[in-house]
Design a protein around this ligand. Structure first.
Ligand SMILES: [Zn+2]
Length: 164
């Protein structure tokens, strides 16, 4: 990175710190020619690899768009969609990979969407997993029921009324 003052090509890092919860690094640099200081910032670019092999930068807006379609007519507002997209991005970034296949973005959406709205989840899952038969839906719904029951068990643990 060239010095913005004298265009010298070499600089020394005098300080570096993580910002945005470790998703970016800011470095304070000192030009080895003129001695002036400047700041650079590095952010990890998260690339989504589409089925065609084309890569594009991960976008929360695209997540929101994809999920919004599944949420039509459901009581899900824009704030909830934004939060979901943020959770999706965080979970993908937490995996620490620079590139992710687009179907894994879909996979990362399923969990938070299921918590948000089960009908929207089923719609999204039916497209994402290419459901082709009623049996696909039946299996998904029975898994969903099981997951909801498990969640209820966790929430209600301690009452000792079940699992006899
Ligand atoms: Zn300089």
């Amino acid at each position: 990175m060239r010095c913005p003052f004298c265009r010298h090509a070499d600089s020394r890092v005098v300080d570096s710190r993580e910002v945005d919860e470790g998703q970016a690094i800011r470095r304070r640099r000192s030009c080895s020619e003129c001695g002036r200081r400047f700041t650079t910032s590095e952010t990890m670019v998260l690339a989504v690899v589409k089925r065609s092999g084309v890569t594009e930068q991960f976008s929360r807006d695209k997540v929101v768009l994809g999920v919004r379609r599944a949420c039509q007519g459901r009581p899900v507002d824009d704030d909830a969609l934004q939060q979901l997209a943020q959770r999706v991005e965080e979970s993908i970034r937490a995996a620490g990979v620079a590139e992710i296949p687009s179907h894994e973005v879909g996979l990362a959406i399923l969990g938070p969407l299921r918590e948000l709205d089960t009908v929207a989840y089923l719609r999204f899952a039916s497209v994402y997993r290419s459901f082709s038969s009623i049996e696909d839906f039946e299996k998904e719904i029975s898994d969903l029921r099981q997951a909801i029951a498990d969640t209820a068990d966790l929430a209600g643990s301690g009452n000792g009324a079940d699992d006899a």
